[in-house]
Design a protein around this ligand. Sequence first.
Ligand code: ZN
Length: 289
Amino acid sequence: MTRLQDFYGMVDVYRSEYDSSIGSTEATRTSADIEVYEQHHTGAVGPVDLSEAGKRNWILGIEAYHRVTKGWSDIFYNLFVFADGEIWEGRHILRSSQRSLNDAVTVHIPGNNSVTTEAQHQSLLRVARWAASVPEKVRDHQQRPAATACSGVNGRITIERLRNELLMSVVYPGFVVRDGDSGVFVKQVQAVVGVSVDGAFGPLTEAAVKAWQSANGLSADGVVGPTTWAKMFPVPVAAPVSVVVVPAPAPAVTATQLKELESRVAALEARPVLTLARVRAMLRKRLAT
Ligand SMILES: [Zn+2]
């Protein structure tokens, strides 16, 4: 199934590569059941060791806690997304998490209220785009009935950013969108090719994509790869910006300054003007004394 292949295309390190004591891999759901991205973090921790051994130990520590201490069948989380952006597989994707979260991919962010790095965020975005059928299906532990403070203050910021990005995103999802797919990006394609926007890529959508491709000079294969995507969602070119220079306003004159100016002018005007007659008169006066 295409959708599942896409999921495995995102995983950097598979469970079988680091854990020989894998929990049950029995399938309890299909990837079509998944429509929620759910994010978690760890309580009180220090810095996370990002070496390969460090990541492995991190996950095995959580596995021991969940399987031994808690008595669960397996690790709660389907995926671990580390600060360097690496995605490690936890519980098998076709096994729903504890508490019958059949519709959710549970994602663990190592750390507690630690700032999510950009590489980490981009990986979270890939997972969210794969898992969430609509932006509102991006959530964390706080939005479940058994709510906790998880995934922290910074986790909340991450959730809001992911939702906004899913709402506005026209960036190629990173995999070919085709028959059998579902999710936000399918809705974006459906809106362009003019079929009902239900988020499920079926025969009607495929036929509409083929027609759209033909009309736009592309080979009509009915799948939306990078070329078709780029034509469907062209990056808008910014209009040239004209610069208008606004002259600085003249400094304002206060009422007090104006009054002072007026009185100075008045004093100047009151000064007697020196004329030849007046100079003679003054000289005569001096000579007389
Ligand atoms: Zn949690």
